[in-house]
Design a protein around this ligand. Structure first.
Ligand SMILES: N[C@@H](CCC(=O)N[C@@H](CS)C(=O)NCC(=O)O)C(=O)O
Length: 212
């Protein structure tokens, strides 16, 4: 398989980038020039009509939606052990975490980072941010409860969902009370950050410490 990842440093492309390096397969990085709104141009919209980052092109076929890219890559390279195989008791839980991170955390971060999209009156954007912050904190608290006494989200070991969660905790450093301070979330993030493939990803994207 030949992969190209359209990315912007630190954007949602960070998760599939980490996965590709964990897998160790060849891939090409395609930097999207957000300053020039390259993701809103016809050639990019042909790959992702929503004009968002990331897109993974595999053998010429584009795929968007961060969680779908993650599930696809984990299944495409089972030898990397990033998702429990079909039939494994943890398989369903992996779907659950991937979906929760995408549909709840990532969606709430959209409201946190782009509050103007959620209101007609721009003066209300701060309220959107305050509500998103409260919902994010509550959701992370539930996840922290689950992680208490565990190394990884799944009983069976590290999975793609742990890398996805790291990206969310990283984004959570922009909240007034950083998400890393909630229960074991900071320790979990450091555990993921200690992985050589993850460290390499941050280095290649030029992301500076503190990482979360
Ligand atoms: N549902 C999309 C959302 C991706 C997303 O919101 N990406 C952000 C960057 S982290 C983006 O493209 N922002 C630029 C924009 O919306 O114009 C996914 O899961 O891939």
């Amino acid at each position: 398989m030949i992969h190209e990842l359209y990315y912007v440093p630190g954007n949602a492309s960070l998760f599939p980038h980490m996965l590709l390096r964990e897998i160790g397969c060849p891939f090409e990085l395609k930097l999207v020039d957000r300053d020039k709104a390259a993701h809103k141009q016809p050639d990019y919209l042909a790959m992702n009509p929503h004009g968002r980052i990331p897109v993974l092109v595999t053998d010429g076929r584009p795929l968007h939606e961060t969680s779908a890219i993650g599930l696809f890559l984990a299944d495409a390279y089972p030898q990397a052990g990033l998702a429990p195989p079909a039939g494994h008791p943890d398989r369903a839980d992996h779907y659950k975490w991937m979906t929760l991170i995408s549909a709840v955390l990532q969606a709430e971060f959209r409201a946190w980072f782009y509050p103007h999209e959620y209101v007609v009156d721009p003066a209300l954007a701060d309220q959107v941010k305050a509500a998103a912050r409260a919902r994010l904190t509550e959701s992370f608290e539930r996840i922290a409860e689950h992680l208490t006494g565990r190394e990884w989200l799944l009983d069976s070991g590290v999975s793609a969902a742990d890398l996805y969660l790291l990206m969310m905790v990283r984004w959570g450093r922009t909240l007034p009370s950083p998400i890393r301070e909630i229960g074991p979330l900071g320790a979990h993030a450091q555990r993921v950050l200690a992985r050589p493939a993850v460290r390499k990803t941050f280095e290649v994207e030029g992301l500076a410490a503190p990482f979360v």
